[in-house]
Design a protein around this ligand. Structure first.
Ligand code: RP5
Length: 161
């Protein structure tokens, strides 16, 4: 199953790319699209409607400002949607966060932190890992490597004190 990373504008890509990198490191198949809920609404609905048939297992929807992309996609598919609010220049991403996370009951969008592309990717991998033992093993090793890095940083810091 692949993960689709959909963003409202090419200007979102520098953030989205951080998640894309992690998905690639884990060997997950991806597709990346620029589709806007406001500027190309027909394409957004069409993409959501055929997502399941195209073998998409999870959609990461990145958008900023009045960030309706995740909600629009989630409205037309039962493929899980992870919302990635992008930090906008005017309201520091609070607008994006609230318009992504505050979905009405019945249509969930699992929203990560503002600009939290890494966690969006890791959450997608965790969902896929429910049915993929190799991915699960990689996630466990990823966590262990993270813990080792923290311990090493602690040792480094102690030397300077
Ligand atoms: C949203 O508006 C996009 O997701 C982007 O975060 C924001 C600004 O888009 P651009 O004006 O940079 O294209 O639709």
């Amino acid at each position: 199953m692949k993960v689709a990373l959909v963003m409202g504008s090419e200007s979102d890509f520098p953030v989205v790319e951080r998640g894309l990198k992690i998905l690639k490191e884990f060997g997950v198949e991806t597709m990346v699209r620029v589709i806007s809920a406001h500027r190309t609404p027909d394409q957004a609905v069409a993409f959501g409607k055929k997502a399941a048939d195209e073998g998409i297992g999870i959609i990461i929807a990145a958008a900023g400002k009045a960030a309706h992309l995740g909600g629009v996609l989630a409205a037309v598919t039962v493929v899980p949607v992870i919302g990635l609010p992008i930090k906008s220049s005017t309201l520091d991403g609070l607008d994006s966060l609230l318009s992504t996370v505050q979905m009405p009951k019945g249509i969930p969008v699992a929203t990560v932190a503002i600009d939290g592309a890494e966690n969006a990717a890791l959450l997608a991998i965790e969902i896929l890992a429910l049915q993929d033992d190799q991915l699960k093993a990689k996630l466990i090793e990823y966590r262990a490597a993270m813990a080792r890095a923290v311990e090493e940083s602690n040792v480094r810091l102690q030397k300077h004190l």
